[in-house]
Design a protein around this ligand. Structure first.
Ligand SMILES: [Zn+2]
Length: 837
């Protein structure tokens, strides 16, 4: 199936203007198909030719103006249109297929026999629902009508205009939309409604989750109202799409999708078990992120996918900022520093890195590859840096001018830079070149000299860049000076990219009393790796637990994790630091992410024997954190999860399932039970019988995913064989179930059992990648990669695969990145072996 190229989109964008879509869907047939009829009005140069995209099962009729076109002319996903008039009407009627991959019209059939539908048109999937000129810069109002079972709820991008008969919904014309924003939900959804500042609000979920949504409805509506108010303070343009519905839908691929007027979220955000405050914060940040898109992305849309960052970096920046400023989650920037930036730094140091704003994305499918830590987290960090440099007032004035100039239209990076330059009076071209057009990350290293009186004789920041991308950048950063008891002074300084040898001397600190610990990028304003001077590094275990600012602790933890990831320090040193500092941690996101990020290093960077000893220490640290955590609070749950994942004490785990010796205040509910069972399966202390009992007790779609993950992890050669067949061949399961299975397959404890599948991955994954849509294929390929087979032979197999010319772009990216992780793991293992020799 050809993906629309930038060249084709540019030509078509110049040739036609779309005036409106009238979309009529009939969802009553049952079975695997629905009926779609679209009437598109568009203008063109008389006599010109173009094409429209559609992916039907059966094309029933095509009529262009007064001519019937031959449906047989349809090839792949394209229908040629020639002999265009100045004013054209195209009518396409087709039977279309429901999807199980979250793309197009997804149909979910839970065990209770009810059917739930939702439409995802992103990124070029409107054509799976109706015939469309499926590119982001051909925006037009869409008028939707739907025929569906009369007892259903149906909601679309625009307000309902009429309900002329039971089972018939007719919606008002929407504002001009890019085709990738089209959405609707249809099914026996549960709904709660509210209103705020003239905006009708709705939240939706499946009926089986109704009690859980109701329990959190106040929190979700409060967050929504607070975000809406904050955006109305920041922006002069009010929310532009009428009503604001938020639907929590099953088997959703991403976190959420910013369809104007009807945002869709993965329904894991309707919490059915106890969660930590980090998960509540993440839901709030996602709500804010999608709302930010209503302006950045939806009101003003990128012209083509090469400006994807205009959407995602801004939504990520504004989503985090508005959450921190307007909601109770005032540590959202700490979460950003710990979790989101970890994603960004990792992506930016890989061989597959790319500029935030790539000069050209060749086709839509290539655009999908850039939905990564660079377009989101690095882009947002760089915007935070831009605000530190320009000042908030000039930044917001530039954004507002940008919205005013391009409302309901499209814009490019050049348009945005023009607006920001005008508002700030600064030329941003150098800044954009260094930060947006060049990949990779700088390292800022502190060099400190102290005189006999204990005063700084010199403090310098040395900026370096990787050899492959020798680019130094301007950075505005905080420099924190911390004493043993954690008390601090913080200065803001500019790092000069043109300084001699990349070395910026901080003259203002000369003669000041030397601090116990000097922290670069304190406050986390820039995107850079940080390294401490040796004296500060020695002080970390003592000073870190005393720091009162969670963001400063997060920056310090990132430094430790990053140096370990780079193989500069052994994982065992990180485990030591965790033992020293983690039991005193009070910020749940820090405890959670230090545990999960370090765990992935422990699992891959250590040989089996060293790993066992390290895991035992991690379990001990979690136990101390658990002992000190307040009963029933987030920290207790985070510590319990960390302990479950690290312990080898099967008796105690089995006891928790039976309600024995559970810490007071800790609820061993559905999700925690699955976590315990997962660990017992890996330890060989539970099998199919226990999984079946648990699955029967949790008869939900999430329960089915958890059970599938556990089964894939079973220590049984026959089960592994059957699981592998599913991973490389199945096309019937939903994308979410496939992901759960792929994720469970490899376990560090099962190296002998799975050794034979390392080669099979490289032999069989290219064909498997062609069986599925790109999103699902890439997720499965990433999760099924033999990540614990840390050996030169695995790298050689990866190299041989990458030499082939028949790989999907997604598989090429997945294997390139996973191979780079192996490279790092091998370097780290060699360093550890050398140190202990
Ligand atoms: Zn987004």
């Amino acid at each position: 199936m050809p993906s629309l190229t930038r060249v084709e989109a540019t030509a078509r964008g110049a040739a036609i203007t779309v005036e409106s879509y009238q979309v009529d869907l009939n969802l009553t047939a049952g079975g695997d198909l629905f009926r779609s009829r679209v009437e598109i009005r568009f203008r063109a140069t008389a006599g010109a030719a173009t094409f429209v995209e559609v992916r039907p099962v059966t094309l029933h009729g095509v009529r262009l103006n007064d001519r019937d076109l031959d449906p047989g002319l349809h090839t792949d996903n394209r229908l040629p249109l020639d002999g265009l008039a100045e004013e054209n009407t195209l009518v396409v009627e087709a039977d279309m297929a429901y999807s199980k991959t979250g793309e197009g019209m997804h149909r979910f059939d839970p065990a209770d026999g009810e059917t739930y539908l939702y439409a995802t048109s992103f990124l070029d999937n409107a054509q799976r629902i109706f015939a469309a000129f499926d590119q982001p810069d051909l925006k037009a109002p869409i008028t939707l009508s739907v025929t569906a079972p009369s007892q259903w709820i149906v909601a679309g991008n625009a307000e309902l205009a009429a309900n002329p008969a039971p089972g018939r919904w007719e919606f008002a014309p929407s504002e001009p939309l890019a085709t990738y924003f089209f959405s609707l939900i249809a099914g026996p959804y549960h709904v709660r409604r509210a209103e705020h500042d003239g905006v009708p609000l709705g939240i939706y979920c499946r009926r089986s989750l109704a009690e859980h949504l109701d329990a959190d409805a106040d929190e979700i509506f409060d967050v929504t109202r607070q975000c809406l108010d904050r955006f109305h303070q920041l922006f002069t343009e009010r929310y532009p799409f009428g009503k604001y519905d938020q639907a929590f839908v099953p088997e959703f691929n991403a976190g959420a999708m910013e369809n104007p007027g009807i945002v869709t979220f993965r329904d894991d955000y309707v919490f059915r078990s106890a969660v930590t405050d980090t998960e509540r914060e993440q839901r709030a940040t996602t709500i804010a992120h999608e709302m930010a898109h209503m302006w950045f992305g939806d009101l003003v849309t990128m012209r083509w996918w090469d400006d994807l960052w205009l959407n995602e970096s801004f939504a990520e920046y504004l989503g985090t900022r508005v959450t921190a400023e307007a909601n109770r989650f005032d540590q959202a920037w700490t979460t950003f520093a710990m979790r989101r930036k970890a994603w960004g730094y990792a992506a930016d140091q890989r061989p597959s890195t790319h500029p935030i704003a790539p000069p050209e994305v060749v086709d839509a499918e290539a655009g999908l590859l850039n939905f990564d830590g660079i377009s989101y987290a690095k882009g947002a960090s760089v915007l935070r840096q831009l605000v530190a440099w320009l000042g908030d007032e000039a930044f917001l004035a530039g954004l507002n001018a940008h919205f005013a100039a391009h409302r309901f239209g499209n814009a490019t990076l050049a348009d945005l830079l023009a607006s920001l330059s005008a508002s700030s009076g600064r030329d941003l071209s150098d800044w954009a070149e260094l930060w947006l057009r060049r990949p990779q990350v700088n390292t800022l290293r502190a060099e400190v000299a102290v005189d006999a009186d204990g005063r700084y004789s010199e403090v310098a920041v040395v900026q370096t860049a990787p050899e492959s991308y020798p680019v130094l950048r301007p950075h505005r950063i905080g420099v924190g000076r911390y004493s043993m008891d954690g008390s601090a002074r913080r200065d803001e300084v500019d790092i000069d990219p043109n300084a001699d040898g990349g070395r910026t001397v901080l003259g203002a600190l000369t003669g000041e009393p030397a601090a116990r610990l000097l922290l670069l990028n304190d406050g986390d304003l820039t995107f850079a790796k940080v390294r401490l001077d040796p004296a500060s590094a020695d002080a970390v275990p003592q000073v870190l637990p005393a720091l009162t600012d969670p963001l400063a602790r997060a920056v310090l933890w990132r430094e430790a994790l990053d140096a370990t990831t780079d193989g500069e320090r052994p994982v065992t040193g990180l485990v030591d630091l965790m033992a020293a500092a983690l039991p005193a941690e009070t910020e749940v996101i820090i405890a959670e992410d230090v545990l999960t990020l370090s765990r992935s290093l422990v699992d891959r960077y250590l040989d089996p024997l060293t790993r066992s000893a390290a895991l035992a220490r991690v379990a001990g640290t979690c136990q101390r954190l658990l002992d000190g955590a307040p009963a029933g609070q987030s920290l207790q749950l985070a510590a319990a999860r960390g302990w479950i994942a690290a312990t080898t004490d099967a008796d105690l785990l089995v006891g928790w399932l039976a309600g024995r010796d559970v810490p007071a205040g800790l609820k061993v509910d559905a999700e925690l039970r699955w976590a315990v069972l997962r660990r017992l399966v890996v330890l060989g202390a539970a099998g199919e019988a226990e999984i079946a009992i648990e699955a029967a007790a949790d008869n939900s779609s999430t329960g089915a995913e958890r059970a599938a993950h556990c089964r894939a992890a079973l220590h049984d050669p026959e089960v592994k064989q059957a699981t592998w067949e599913i991973i490389v061949r199945d096309t019937a399961l939903s994308g979410r179930l496939l992901e759960a299975i792929a994720e469970g397959f490899w376990q560090p404890e099962q190296a002998d059992l799975t050794a034979g599948y390392v080669d099979r991955y490289f032999a069989e994954m290219p064909a498997a990648a062609h069986l599925r849509t790109p999103w699902t294929a890439d997720r499965v390929a990433a999760l099924a990669f033999p990540r614990y087979a840390v050996a030169q032979s695995t790298r050689e197999a990866a190299a041989a695969l990458l030499a082939r010319d028949d790989l999907t772009p997604g598989l090429r990216r997945v294997v390139t990145d996973a191979d780079d992780d192996l490279r790092r793991a091998l370097v780290a293992r060699t360093a550890v072996a050398a140190a202990s020799a």
